[in-house]
Write a protein that binds this ligand. Structure first.
Ligand SMILES: [Zn+2]
Length: 458
């Protein structure tokens, strides 16, 4: 890989300087011609910062997320409540793992914790609230919207998904729920992987069983569908392949009603797998597959997804959608595919934070376009925890350590109207997708949910 880096970098530099010549002297207009993919998707609501209401922006098994104002600096941030923390040892360890991961991540394409709300005394410690950066949308909303998606958009999104995933996998973390709804996107098309509720450290011991209760069905890898007891980072690559196909076709690639039908749809495209390719499968699934009428692969169907499904795109997609996880392309090799060269150029020309433009208008590129984690994520601490009370004490201590930053800690005001609504976690028609609320309703919310009473600096 070391040999590829400088070559790729000089190619990027050359393309940009060529654009400079073609685009004239003005740096801004040059960036505009080179970077169509960075054009905003959404018109940000035209509400001044100080009157923006706090509002719910997401619901799910993971709990609830609100868009709120940080009273210390007026910045809009996302407030996530980690739910069901101390119900059982399994759930409390899962939440602690997610919290530790959010505090561990330092990567532009991975969502991380900006802050944690000050917890009450240990005796009253029941809930955990984490503050993260607020992004306006996610890839699911973008795919189902009427918004035009160009080939450049698809390339720059796919590049960022793989860039974030390379970092996670280098930290030995499997995300295990990569899907469009877990890929947040801001108005400049910067993408961040989120929701680490199902993430875990990879298991090097092949004899250890891993849960199959992972990955939303449409994005679930065939080895999990076929009951493999052990799986690897390749499950995330499968999910990315499904998303790549969905970006190209603007519809879910394998949309089945059940796991069995899910496997049917996969084999319709890839053909019946060989015995060798099914060696990770459980006996029942293998027998089921052998009883079916053998199917021939029909990968050429991928060309019909859309006009963006070029030979290069389909070439990469076919290497992600491989039945055998050991033969599936790795994230590192996928990033080296020529299809992603333009996405890399666009991202590092004006979207990233790792490169910069000098006062003379020259772009200075980072030495490492796709950085790995500085060290692997450690999960040895998990094994020492044997009771809910022990996890609670450790987590309380961990949060206190994180808050030693010199910043004024934030608290929730439980008396505020916004908190009562937040705590209920109910999904009702009126607060669903508040981002698109008609303005009269938004005004009502503004009165009810004053940001200053929701969060306050202690
Ligand atoms: Zn950069």
């Amino acid at each position: 890989m070391a040999a590829v880096g400088p070559t790729r970098q000089s190619r990027v530099s050359m393309s940009v300087s060529m654009s400079l010549v073609q685009g004239g002297a003005a740096g801004a207009s040059t960036a505009g011609t080179v970077l169509t993919a960075a054009a905003p998707f959404y018109q940000a609501p035209n509400i001044p910062q100080d009157v923006q209401p706090d509002r719910p922006i997401g619901y799910g098994a993971f709990g609830v997320v609100w868009a709120v104002t940080d009273p210390r600096d007026g910045r809009r941030v996302a407030l996530k409540k980690l739910p069901n923390v101390f119900q059982s040892l399994v759930s409390s360890k899962r939440v602690y793992r997610e919290l530790k991961m959010l505090c561990f991540f330092k990567h532009e394409n991975v969502l991380s914790a900006l802050d944690i709300l000050q917890p009450p005394h240990l005796d009253f410690f029941q809930e955990i609230y984490v503050i993260t950066e607020l992004l306006q949308s996610d890839l699911h909303k973008i795919i189902v919207s009427p918004q035009h998606l160009s080939a450049d958009h698809i390339k720059v999104f796919l590049y960022q998904i793989l860039r974030g995933l390379k970092y996670l996998h280098s930290a030995r973390i499997l995300h295990r729920d990569i899907k469009p709804g877990n890929l947040l996107v801001n108005s400049n098309c910067v993408l961040k992987i989120c929701d680490f509720g199902l993430a875990r450290v990879e298991e090097p011991d092949q004899s250890k069983h891993m849960t199959q209760e992972v990955v939303t069905q449409y994005y679930r890898a065939p080895e999990i569908l076929m009951g493999a007891r052990h799986y690897s980072a390749a499950v995330d690559v499968w999910s990315v392949g499904c998303i790549f196909g969905e970006l190209l076709g603007r519809r879910i690639l394998f949309q089945a009603q059940s796991p069995v039908q899910q496997l049917e749809l996969i084999t319709e495209l890839l053909g019946t797998p060989s015995m060798e390719d099914m060696r990770h499968a459980c006996d029942g699934a293998r027998t089921h597959m052998l009883r079916r009428v053998p199917k021939q692969p029909s990968l050429s169907a991928l060309y019909t997804l859309s006009s963006h499904a070029t030979h290069e795109a389909v070439h990469l997609l076919c290497q992600m959608l491989v039945f055998d996880p050991d033969k599936r392309i790795s994230v590192i090799d996928a990033l080296a595919h020529p299809y992603l060269d333009e996405g890399r150029l666009r991202y590092h020309s004006c979207m990233c934070k790792c490169c910069y433009t000098t006062s003379g208008g020259m772009r200075q590129y980072t030495a490492d376009f796709e950085p790995a984690a500085a060290q692997p994520f450690d999960d040895l601490w998990e094994r020492k925890l044997t009771s809910v009370q022990q996890v609670k004490e450790e987590m309380h201590k961990f949060i206190a350590e994180q808050l030693q930053t010199g910043r004024v800690p934030l608290c929730i005001n439980p008396q505020s109207a916004a908190f009562k609504s937040f705590a209920r976690q109910k999904k009702t028609k009126s607060n669903q997708d508040c981002f698109d609320l008609p303005s009269p309703l938004r005004t009502t919310l503004k009165i009810l949910l004053s940001p200053v009473v929701f969060l306050y600096a202690a």
